[in-house]
Design a protein around this ligand. Structure first.
Ligand SMILES: [Fe+2]
Ligand SMILES: [Fe+2]
Length: 205
């Protein structure tokens, strides 16, 4: 799922057929159509700020999709877990804004179709499942795809912040990374302690 979303992200940023052909010939050649390789990203600092803007977009998108996840979940622990993560996600957005201020960077969101793809696919799958137990298992898997996306982004941002001599920014972002990892672990625990078994039991009846 993540791989497909990443491909969608690249495909969307590659633009026209000729740009795609150029990319396939030399994937590391700069192209104005590609956010990650565009000429406005020249330094590690540029990359740090761009990625901060990318995760700012992602966190706001997640904030909008979590109420639907809460509505759709049947397992009370899963519902409560999503509610708790909604509150944490509000803090994640606020922390990114804090890092924008600390680093004197422009507070803006840059569109990344990777998170759009992950969430869109989750909504499609969830819309097709009528069995509530199977739906819970699907919601956990979808939420874990989102968490893993966030974990990769925060991991890179923290490493780059340290490299840029900004351990203060790194420690703010580290708090969020710890919460994303804890959420991922909690989702695994929920799946393995009952949700998957109940989803499988329905298939045998
Ligand atoms: Fe988050
Ligand atoms: Fe998260």
């Amino acid at each position: 799922m993540l791989f497909r979303a990443a491909l969608q992200c690249f495909a969307a940023k590659l633009g026209t057929a000729s740009e795609r052909a150029g990319y396939l010939a030399n994937p590391f050649k700069e192209s104005g159509a590609m956010g990650w390789f565009s000429s406005d990203i020249q330094s590690l600092d540029d990359l740090f700020v761009h990625t901060l803007q990318d995760i700012y977009y992602a966190e706001n998108k997640i904030l909008k999709s979590l109420p639907t996840m809460i509505d759709k979940a049947s397992d009370p622990k899963l519902k409560e877990g999503f509610r708790m993560h909604l509150r944490e996600t509000e803090t994640h957005v606020a922390r990114i804004e804090e890092v924008f201020r600390m680093h004197n960077a422009t507070k803006k969101a840059v569109n990344c179709p990777a998170i759009d793809g992950i969430i869109e696919e989750a909504e499609e799958i969830a819309g097709d499942i009528s069995d509530k137990k199977v739906l819970d298992a699907a919601l956990i898997a979808a939420a874990q795809a989102v968490e893993h996306y966030e974990i990769t982004r925060y991991g890179s941002l923290i490493a780059w912040a340290k490299q840029l001599g900004r351990p203060d920014c790194a420690s703010v972002l580290q708090k969020t990374l710890d919460e994303e990892k804890a959420t991922d672990a909690k989702l695994t625990q929920l799946a393995e302690s009952g949700v998957n078994r109940e989803a499988g039991a329905g298939a045998r009846t």
